[in-house]
Design a binder for this molecule. Structure first.
Ligand SMILES: NC(=O)c1ccc[n+]([C@@H]2O[C@H](COP(=O)([O-])OP(=O)(O)OC[C@H]3O[C@@H](n4cnc5c(N)ncnc54)[C@H](O)[C@@H]3O)[C@@H](O)[C@H]2O)c1
Length: 445
């Protein structure tokens, strides 16, 4: 099928590449000429595991190409995915839908034959109805359909999740739209192992918001339990394990730490909380406000743990700070809990020496006042403390790092605010290990 993807950011570039991999002919439209130029070299402008491999495979053959010109997409494609951003409004009152509205207002008048527009961006309930009116008002031909197809991919697994999604959710109202969606996703549904849920647009909108908010709630729940563990001497990892054995609870998303971040969960929970409050769903709004309050509190819990580990306040101390990405597997630093913590420690007077294997340039751009190291080992040079702030395997499971870093630091103290560390090699190399919600562990003989 000939398709376009409008907006080639973290979602759109991954989706465009996956669609090419599934056999479609794809044109990506990206308004930013610099991002577009990079994508046309067969590489991504951000790090996402496996994405460069797909771009390198499909850009040189012409199966996948990128342009800044929406007219080229209108002329080429019969189905148009919309993957532009929906950031939180500056006043916090729900999403700023400007990018989505503008993409649709630009594209629709350029379409000269029946076509299907498929929104993937995350939007508030009621947005699709508004966009449908915009499509109807701007269409020059009959048969321009609007469908909403919320995306559930996880950054760091975007390629895998696009090719092998858990489910496909579509909100639509006509048989023609359904036929187009079934055709574009046929290479996935033909495998017979995933469910395509076809529903009305408002159900699709609420289902996406509800799913992301549930994931955030699960993270905040185990973090709230970690607070109790800190006060009682209980071990939150064991508590989470016991809870997760229950099939109704499960282990996924049950790792306590700094809380959720990134370009999706924080804004999606905030927007859903705001929308629920506005429509008078007081229970939902209150619950989601608590989820957010617990998440905000994680930074203070981390500072308290670091202070306890140093046995003094952080002012004047040097901290090797490993991690800047909001999670491992991506270079994305949007709403990164790691950078928020680094910033707080800097404000409190610490010298924060940061290293991240993929997000270093983005962190340097957004937080130029921090110090930066060329490697994890370099960051530990004469440091008073090591903080593991993003769960990259190079920090958490590489047995060489604790042994090598032990020779560089003034004190062998590591604070793992992601609860992801394989502590054995650190303890064996003489380190004291602190984690949120767990008793401190001292070196093994
Ligand atoms: N990032 C994810 O993992 C993810 C997962 C699920 C859902 N989503 C949702 O997908 C949407 C996009 O998220 P993202 O993280 O990819 O954002 P992003 O900011 O990384 O990407 C958006 C891209 O759209 C481009 N753009 C804006 N207006 C345009 C226009 N008129 N024409 C062409 N390009 C335009 C921007 O330059 C940018 O590159 C959001 O609604 C988000 O909530 C994202």
């Amino acid at each position: 099928m000939r398709i376009s993807v409008i907006g080639c950011g973290h979602l759109g570039a991954s989706h465009a590449a996956a669609m090419a991999e599934l056999g479609h002919e794809v044109i990506g439209v990206e308004i930013d000429p610099d991002k577009c130029a990079v994508l046309n070299t067969g590489k991504s402008w951000f790090y996402e595991a496996g994405l460069d491999d797909l771009l390198a495979r499909h850009v040189p053959t012409g199966r996948l190409r990128f342009t800044t010109d929406p007219g080229a997409a209108a002329a080429f494609a019969d189905l148009h995915f919309i993957a532009t951003g929906t950031p939180l409004r500056e006043d916090g009152r729900g999403y700023d839908a400007t990018q989505v509205v503008s993409a649709i207002e630009t594209l629709v008048p350029l379409i000269d034959r029946p076509a299907t527009i498929v929104g993937k961006s995350t939007v508030t309930v009621g947005t699709v109805a508004t966009l449908q009116r915009i499509v109807t008002a701007n269409a020059k031909v009959a048969g321009v359909e609007l469908v909403w197809n919320p995306e559930f991919l996880r950054e760091g697994h975007a390629v895998q999740d696009s090719l092998f999604p858990d489910r496909i959710l579509v909100g639509l109202t006509t048989a023609a739209a359904r036929a187009a969606i079934e055709e574009v996703y046929a290479p996935i549904t033909a495998r017979g192992d995933i469910e395509m849920v076809v529903t009305d647009p408002q159900t699709a909108e609420v289902a996406k918001a509800a799913a992301n908010s549930y994931l955030a709630a699960k993270i905040s729940y185990i973090n709230a339990v970690a607070e109790v563990c800190d006060l009682t001497g209980a071990n939150v990892d064991d508590v989470a394990h016991v809870m997760g054995i229950d099939k109704r609870i499960g282990h996924a998303g049950m790792r306590p730490g700094l809380g959720y971040g990134g370009g999706c969960l924080p804004k999606d929970v905030a927007a859903f909380a705001y929308a629920a409050g506005e429509m008078g769903a007081a229970g939902a709004a209150g619950l989601l406000d608590s989820v957010q309050a617990v998440n905000r509190g994680r930074q203070y819990a981390a500072v308290a743990l670091i202070t306890q580990a140093l046995n003094s306040d952080v002012c004047g101390r040097t901290i090797a700070f490993l991690g800047g990405a909001f999670k491992a597997g991506t270079s994305d630093v949007r709403d990164s809990p790691a950078l928020r913590l680094a910033d707080r420690l800097h404000q409190l007077g610490a010298t924060v020496r940061l290293f991240d294997p993929e997000a270093q340039d983005n962190a340097r751009r957004t937080h130029p006042h921090l110090a930066f190291a060329d490697s994890a080992l370099d960051a530990t040079h004469e440091a008073d403390l090591v903080v593991i702030a993003t769960e990259w395997p190079a920090f958490t499971t590489d047995p060489k790092l604790p042994a090598d870093a032990a020779e560089h630091v003034t004190t062998r103290t590591v604070v793992d605010v992601r609860n992801a560390l394989d502590a054995g090699p650190w303890l064996a190399a003489g380190w004291t290990v602190h984690q949120l919600g767990r008793p401190t562990r001292t070196p093994t003989a």
